[in-house]
Design a protein around this ligand. Structure first.
Ligand code: AHR
Length: 521
């Protein structure tokens, strides 16, 4: 096989693109869909969410309390609840994040008036009144019909505290903690599958070295018991970004004592100084963001290669339990509350990331975007006047929910590429495809190109006797466009029909900077 160096390839692509430009104003890309080669299921947990006691994620966002003037269902904001139901949230991680390693669950049970207060040291020093605790969280998961993912305190909590929390939530017998739960109004144990043993234990979760945390994990996990048919899936606190040594040490020293190992990766310009405004950026910044976001694939591959060395059968899952964009906080908002707006650029980070995750589900079994409401790359923004905004990222998650638990269909994609600031190379088209349990094929396409439309030719293959393809498209006039309480529908999906099928070939005309999900029948 002849290997063409990347620089030459870019040159060739650019030369072809220039020729194409003289013939037509439109770019083109080709996809071959292997509808007959689908074998892996895309776990629905790849579309997971994360809710931390941070800013207005919990208080004001999800929870307003029964006595609020804002319409609520048992204390949960009714508008937010309904919007989340429409998203089919598969799993929700709570209570942090960094908050988890300072959280003492016993402060959040029993009569609300008697719950002690605490300082939320990680997030602006806000006073936490513990009115949203274990019952409020697990009941929310039941309302949303999603799996709870509990992050337990290892950094500042004891083994006994964690062990008792597990008993309180999941024991159905005549046990002391199950009886305390009954006294607090909940008879039946909850189903709690996912248990995180600490969070970012290399940083806010205790500033530990991996060797020390590995031993702590083994100790804590020993006492996280399975009660009455509840089977815990224990997740070790994993690496951030490019810290491959953490993964190596954990795989070596913990191995099959863990069911999952987490990973955090944020699309962020850097951890010190300004991260850039969420709504003010250049086209150059936009392409840089696409490059940084797509680099997650390389990071996943490298962590997986280490895991493969120790676990050839892939019994230990990689859990990307924090990901998404991280911009400067919106001017005028509380410092440390990480409230940021969300533009079409964020929508692309969502679609491109989900395309990557769908490709790696042999090892990657969960991903939780940070965070669900009012924090970082959120689905929803709320205000204290009862206003609610669905973000462009929300719309991508809604358009992509068809891929949850569907069979992944491999594709080959040829498209133009562009070298961006920092030397990363960004393809101008991203795509993913799946087949639902009912046999319906869905294809999601992103035209990353900020200026040019794309004609995408999709070879559907002989097996797929499709005659129509239509769906929804998310785009906007400008990449910086976003939804506000005054103008909530600036960026929202519209019906999309720019398709033609002829003899097994689907042609799709995608406008510049657009994201589409198609139903192919
Ligand atoms: O999501 C915000 C914070 O980012 C989390 O609390 C922490 O785990 C990560 O550093």
């Amino acid at each position: 096989m002849i290997t063409i160096p990347m620089k030459t390839r870019l040159f060739i692509t650019a030369a072809f693109a220039a020729t194409a430009l003289t013939l037509s104003a439109q770019k083109s890309a080709t996809i071959t869909l292997h509808a007959d080669q689908g074998k892996d299921i895309i776990p629905k947990e790849i579309y997971g969410q994360f809710a931390e006691h941070l800013g207005t994620c919990i208080y004001g966002g999800l929870w307003v309390g029964e006595n609020s003037a804002i319409p609520n269902t048992q204390g949960y904001r009714t508008d937010v609840l309904n919007a989340l139901k429409d998203l089919a949230v598969p799993v929700l991680r709570w209570p942090g994040g960094c908050f988890a390693d300072e959280y003492h669950w016993m402060d959040g049970i029993g009569p609300k008036s008697q719950r002690p207060k605490m300082v939320n040291n990680n997030w602006g020093g806000t006073i936490e009144d513990n009115s949203f605790g274990t019952h409020e969280f697990l009941n929310l998961c039941e309302l949303l019909k999603c799996e709870p993912y509990i992050s337990a305190n290892v950094g500042s909590g004891s083994v006994e505290e964690m062990a008792k929390w597990v008993e309180y939530m999941t024991s159905d017998g005549d046990s002391p903690l199950a009886n305390l739960r009954r006294k607090n109004g909940r008879d039946k144990a909850w189903n709690v599958k996912y248990l995180g043993v600490g969070n970012e234990s290399w940083g806010c979760g205790g500033s530990m070295r991996p060797e020390y945390y590995a031993d702590l994990y083994r100790r804590y996990a020993t006492y996280a018991r399975n009660y009455d048919g509840n089977r815990l899936f224990k997740i070790a606190s994993g690496a951030s970004d490019y810290d491959y040594n953490w993964t190596e040490v954990l795989m070596d020293r913990v191995g099959h004592r863990m069911d999952g190992l987490s990973l955090h990766y944020y699309t962020v310009t850097g951890w010190s100084g300004s991260k850039g405004a969420a709504t003010k950026f250049s086209t150059d910044d936009y392409y840089w963001t696409m490059g940084k976001c797509l680099e997650i694939e390389d990071v996943i591959k490298k962590h997986c290669a280490i895991m493969d060395k120790y676990d050839k059968d892939k019994r230990i899952a990689l859990m990307l339990d924090e990901w998404g964009t991280w911009w400067d906080e919106e001017p005028g908002t509380v410092r440390g509350h990480l409230y940021q707006q969300n533009t079409l650029r964020d929508a692309f980070v969502a679609s491109l990331s989900l395309d990557v995750f769908n490709r790696h589900t042999d090892r990657l079994k969960m991903a939780n975007i940070a965070q669900i409401v009012n924090v970082l790359q959120s689905m929803i923004l709320t205000n204290d006047k009862g206003g609610m905004v669905l973000t462009p990222t929300y719309h991508v998650f809604r358009m992509y929910k068809v891929h949850q638990d569907a069979t992944y269909l491999p594709i080959d994609l040829q498209c133009e590429k562009r070298e961006v600031r920092d030397g990363r190379v960004v393809p101008m088209v991203s795509a993913t495809a799946s087949k639902s349990k009912e046999g319906i094929v869905h294809i999601s396409l992103s035209n990353i190109d900020a200026e040019n439309a794309q004609e995408i030719t999709i070879n559907l293959g002989a097996d797929l006797k499709a005659t129509t393809a239509s769906g929804e498209m998310l785009t906007a006039k400008n990449l910086e466009d976003h939804n506000t309480f005054e103008r909530p529908d600036v960026v929202k999906p519209v019906p999309f029909k720019e398709t033609k099928i002829n003899k097994g070939v689907l042609k799709v005309k995608l406008p510049a900077k657009s994201i589409v999900t198609l139903v192919v029948r």
